[in-house]
Each structure stands twice: as structure tokens, then as C-alpha cells.
Ligand binder design. Structure first.
Ligand SMILES: [Zn+2]
Length: 443
């Protein structure tokens, strides 16, 4: 077998292990797709395989686990900037859903995914949790690009280009799940869109398949006060209460947004082991509300971070999300200690991996895990001097400082250059879509 070794020699390693150790003078040895050793840097010269290894000298860099974007709709990147400064339901009803009806097909999904994957790799994301149409196309494109993803098997009540009714969504979900098993970078989640778009019967089937197949359930829940008030008016129940009755509140649930939570619901979510995905920038932009992160964290709820789609954010930059989350938690709780830099980094890495059932594989730099790693050049003026690396990463660093990205040991971004993506070709593809979707915007 042809073994491939890579040795990273960074200035600092933010491990995001249990003790949140920050290491210096330490080398990371990667064999094929996994981290096999962390050892004092000077010892690498005594390694028998040192001579055949590829060495990365990263003395001015912080190396940390690749970021986990726990909620996005990757291919919607082709709708970035379409319909701005509008509340959620008006934005969906008048802009996004009509545009989807007109433009979404397999080619749109493939090209949109390419754009999203390139943006995510370039900004240090190595794994994302997706929810959109044509999950089969998403899965194959993910594998092609080399990024890691949890591909959502979407379920809705109403007809779209992907399926006619909930029964067809579910049967397609199971078929795509079987097809994905051969793709090593891809795992699956069931993705019922939201309580207001999926009725009880399909949600019962989602709960059953989730427990039988041990799949996460990825769902928008309590995104706005309006959603909760409408459900109470129509059914006499808040959506979370209904989901509880349908046996969906458990550790498989990846509950996105959760801006409207009362004290009882926070306790119930904590007790049930539900994971919460906070999407601060999308929530702020759509004025949807604010997830009570500090309260959830003080109740030991696993809170992770997502960008949401680029149509409501409008980027897929997890560094922005980390900083916004930390600042927002402080501002809304009136406590400057809320969501400190360690917690913000954990939310963007290991907590996402836990929510997605991938904590044994990714989310931290530890021996035997997959080599999903990023390097940030801290020699930029905005990250000097360097007293506290975790604080610099959250409060001062920007994603343009990402210089290297590995997923499963494959270097996808090497010295700020893509290795699997042709950027010029990608820009041409995006221009062609812009010309079709909004010809008047092309000058
Ligand atoms: Zn979303």
C-alpha cells in the first residue's frame, strides 16, 4: 500500500479536545486520511517516515479543526442577494419560493453546490449540514469537491421539482440514503423542512426512520414569533409541544434557529438532549428573533452554529458567525462572560460534529480522528500581537487568513490555492446563472 504522510509544524494548535488544550512546538502527523500522532516538533526528525513525508512549515499559523457549518442550503448560493431587507415569510413567498419554482433543477443544484463548497473551503469550513432539493446530486458533488457533508433528505407536504407529496419525499429519501452509503465523505440526515410545512403523518415516519436508521433529524423550528403564534392559533399547541408528542425531541434532533423559547421549553430541550443550531446572522438579517444561547448553554444544551443559506446571510463565512454569536450572546444576556472565545470555537467545531453524529471523526485535532484541519496565518496586522490565540480567532481574525484546508487528509486549499476547484471556470458558471436569473443585472 502506498502510504502518504503529511507533517504540520504550526506555531499554535487549538486542539478543541475535552480540555481545550492549546499546544505549541507540536507537530501533527497525518497518515492518509487520519491524524496518527501529535508529538514534540523536534522529535519528527527521528521518525522513520519523516523523509517521505510532505512537510508544512506553518510557524506564523494557528492550526485548528475545520469548522462545521451545522445549517445551510448550499446550492441556494446562486440566489445570493435575491430579495433583501424583507421579513422571512414575505422573502420566502414573494422571492425565494417563486425563484426556486422557476430555476431549481439538477444542474442548478450542481453548480450552486460548487460555488458554496468553494466559498466554504476558502473560509475554513470542512463539513456542512445541508438541506435542499436533489440530495443525490448534492452528495455526488460533495464527494467530487472533497469537502465533507451531512446531506439532508428533504421532506415537505407540498409538490416541488423534487417530489409530489410527502410519501414521495420519504420514499426518495430512503432510496438516496441507500445510494449515499458508498460515498465516504457523505452521511445523511432526515430533513423535514419545518413544523409548518410538514404534517403529522410524515413526521411520524421521520421519527420512526430516524430511530431505526440512527439518522439525525435536521429541521427549522421556532424560527420566528409569527410561526409559534400561528401554530398556537391553528392547533392550540406550540410547534415544540407537537414535535414532542410525535417523539421527535431526542438527541437525534438538530433544531435550527429556536429563537422563541420559554423557560419550560429550554428545560425540556435540555432534558431530551436536543441539539440547537444558532444562525445569528440569518436571524438578524430577516429580523426573525434571537436564539437565547446563554440560557441554553447554562442548561448544558449542545449549541452549534450555522450560516443558513447564502440567500439570507448573505455569506457562508463561519468566522463571521462565530464573532456575531459571541457578541450577540453578551449583548442580549447583559453578561460579558456569556459565550466566551472557547465556547464560540467549540460551537463552530466540536458541538456541530456532536449534533451531526460525527464527533468520533471530526471537530477536534486528536489522534485517530480524520484530518479535517485548517491553518490561519496570524501574521496579519489585525491579529498582532498574539497574547491569546483563541480570542484572536474569534474577535480579530477574518476568514481571508485561512491559508490551508485539509479534509480527510486531502489538502483542498494549499497556500491559498484551490486544489480541486477551478475558480475561473466556477466564476463563468455563476455568471451564466446570473444572466439567466436576472439578465438586467448583467452590464
Ligand atoms: Zn435554513
Amino acid at each position: 500500500m502506498n502510504r502518504k504522510y503529511q507533517i504540520l509544524l504550526p506555531g499554535w494548535i487549538i486542539t478543541v479536545n475535552q480540555a481545550f488544550e492549546i499546544l505549541q512546538n507540536t507537530a501533527i502527523v497525518i497518515e492518509q486520511d487520519r491524524i496518527i500522532q501529535l508529538l514534540p516538533a523536534e522529535e519528527i526528525y527521528s521518525l522513520s517516515y519523516y523523509a517521505e513525508a510532505e512537510i508544512f512549515e506553518l510557524a506564523t499559523h494557528v492550526v485548528m479543526p475545520g469548522l462545521v457549518n451545522a445549517h445551510t442550503h448550499a446550492s441556494m448560493s446562486l440566489f445570493r442577494g435575491l430579495g433583501n431587507d424583507l421579513p422571512l415569510m414575505e422573502w420566502l413567498n414573494q422571492h425565494i419560493w417563486p425563484a426556486e419554482g422557476q430555476w431549481v433543477n439538477a444542474q442548478f443544484i450542481r453548480d450552486g453546490l460548487k460555488l458554496a463548497a468553494a466559498e466554504m473551503i476558502q473560509s475554513g469550513t470542512t463539513c456542512f449540514n445541508d438541506m435542499y432539493f436533489y440530495p443525490d446530486v448534492v452528495a455526488h458533488e460533495v464527494q467530487q469537491t472533497g469537502i465533507r457533508a451531512v446531506v439532508g433528505l428533504i421532506v415537505l407536504d407540498f409538490p416541488t421539482v423534487w417530489a409530489r407529496d410527502s410519501q414521495e419525499y420519504i420514499s426518495k429519501a430512503i432510496a438516496v440514503f441507500d445510494e449515499m452509503k458508498s460515498l465516504p465523505l457523505v452521511t445523511a440526515a432526515l430533513a423535514p423542512h419545518a413544523p409548518y410545512t410538514v404534517s403529522d403523518q410524515p413526521l411520524k415516519e421521520v421519527a420512526m426512520y430516524s430511530s431505526e436508521l440512527e439518522l439525525p433529524v435536521h429541521m427549522h423550528i421556532h424560527e420566528t414569533a409569527f410561526e409559534v403564534a400561528e401554530a398556537e392559533k391553528n392547533s392550540g399547541m406550540r410547534p415544540l409541544q407537537r414535535l414532542d408528542q410525535l417523539n421527535l425531541l431526542n438527541p437525534n434532533l438538530v433544531a435550527v434557529h429556536m429563537t422563541e423559547l420559554n423557560a419550560f421549553e429550554i428545560e425540556r430541550v435540555a432534558e431530551a438532549g436536543v441539539n440547537v443550531v444558532h444562525c445569528p446572522e440569518s436571524n438578524l438579517k430577516l429580523a426573525s428573533g434571537i436564539c437565547p444561547v446563554a440560557d441554553l448553554q447554562s442548561n448544558a444544551v449542545n449549541v452549534c452554529l450555522g450560516t443558513d443559506g447564502a440567500a439570507s446571510n448573505n455569506d457562508l463565512d463561519m468566522f463571521g458567525e462565530m464573532r456575531t454569536a459571541a457578541l450577540l450572546a453578551k449583548g442580549t444576556s447583559g453578561d460579558a462572560r456569556a459565550c466566551d472565545s472557547r465556547q464560540a470555537i467549540e460551537m463552530a467545531t466540536i458541538n456541530g460534529a456532536k449534533a451531526l453524529g460525527l464527533a468520533d471523526e471530526t471537530g477536534s485535532i486528536e489522534v485517530s480522528k480524520q484530518a479535517d484541519i485548517i491553518a490561519l496565518d496570524m501574521s496579519s496586522l489585525n491579529t498582532q500581537p498574539l497574547y491569546d490565540v483563541a480570542s484572536q480567532v474569534v474577535y480579530a481574525c477574518n476568514s481571508r487568513q485561512v491559508t490551508h484546508v485539509w479534509v480527510a487528509g486531502e489538502c483542498l486549499y494549499n497556500d491559498s490555492q484551490f486544489t480541486t476547484i477551478d475558480k475561473d471556470q466556477l466564476c463563468q458558471l455563476v455568471n451564466q446563472w446570473q444572466a439567466k436569473i436576472a439578465p438586467e443585472s448583467i452590464t
